[in-house]
Write a protein that binds this ligand. Structure first.
Ligand code: ZN
Length: 266
């Protein structure tokens, strides 16, 4: 197997165990089949913006050139801080984009990727968002008609809950598996301000996710094309958006969006 082109975050399917597809140029490489095999990753010292295609010496916001970072709706502050979204008041970098990305149903969820965390995602991104974060399990907490309201719920709960994943713990499998998400949801529902409780959802299904990774590495060290332009190692598995190698090196594919790269297996 050999493929080259600009990288894009891995596509996933979620049956019993997640199926991963590496998007590279015009190819989609089925990654699960590469597990256990030696792989070589190479970087061609070029990054192309994933939005406009222009060459950029540096990647901003995981794959954008600086001009796109400043003006694209995909990189607006509300992407990181949903509570700052103003699309519901008609204010946005691009209202047409916001009508299909911000003024649609969003979920606030609880997930366990390392510890328990709260997060926000568009309804179309379930379970993709959870898989990208390497979550072992997740539950829907609230459903809102726009991004801003979901952000307000998240901010309210951040007083009590983490909103970040510890990626090293996630990759080492140091996970608080004993967390009971139904119990945590009941607790979070009680803690939520009364004016936001109308958005709570009754649906109590816990989604569990299993990754193609039999043994978590004891130590992890990130692998970045900004520091190394070639790497070879045996692929141990995949979790979140990370390729995990047997020597503990981990490659965050999403962070390399737009990097012109090559991948080959012996
Ligand atoms: Zn651009």
């Amino acid at each position: 197997m050999k493929a080259e082109g600009n990288l894009l975050k891995m596509a996933t399917q979620h049956p019993e165990r997640v199926d991963y597809y590496l998007n590279i140029g015009n190819d989609q490489v089925y990654v699960n089949d590469l597990i256990g095999h030696p792989l070589t990753l190479t970087w061609e010292h070029q990054i192309n913006c994933i939005r406009c295609g222009r060459k950029t010496s540096k990647s901003f916001f995981q794959g954008y050139c600086y001009p796109c970072f400043l003006k694209a709706p995909e990189t607006a502050p509300c992407i990181v801080h949903p509570e700052q979204c103003q699309a519901q008041e008609g204010i946005a970098r691009d209202m047409e984009w916001s009508r299909t990305h911000c003024l649609i149903d969003h979920y606030v969820y609880l997930a366990v990727s390392s510890g328990l965390k709260v997060g926000v995602t568009r309804h179309t991104q379930i379970p993709t968002r959870w898989i990208d974060q390497g979550a072992h399990k997740a539950i829907k907490l609230a459903r809102t008609p726009n991004r801003h309201l979901a952000g307000l719920i998240e901010v309210d709960l951040k007083q009590h809950l983490a909103d970040k994943t510890n990626w090293q713990q996630m990759l080492k499998g140091q996970v608080k598996r004993e967390v009971d998400l139904k119990e945590e949801k009941a607790r979070a529902s009680q803690l939520l301000s009364s004016d936001l409780r109308q958005y709570l959802v009754d649906e109590d299904a816990v989604t569990t996710i299993t990754y193609p990774l039999d043994q978590h590495p004891a130590k992890v060290k990130s692998l970045s094309f900004d520091k190394e332009d070639e790497y070879s190692g045996r692929l141990a598995g995949v979790k979140g958006q990370y390729l995990i190698f047997e020597d503990g090196r981990v490659f965050n594919v999403r962070k390399h969006n737009g990097y012109l790269a090559g991948i080959s297996s012996a």
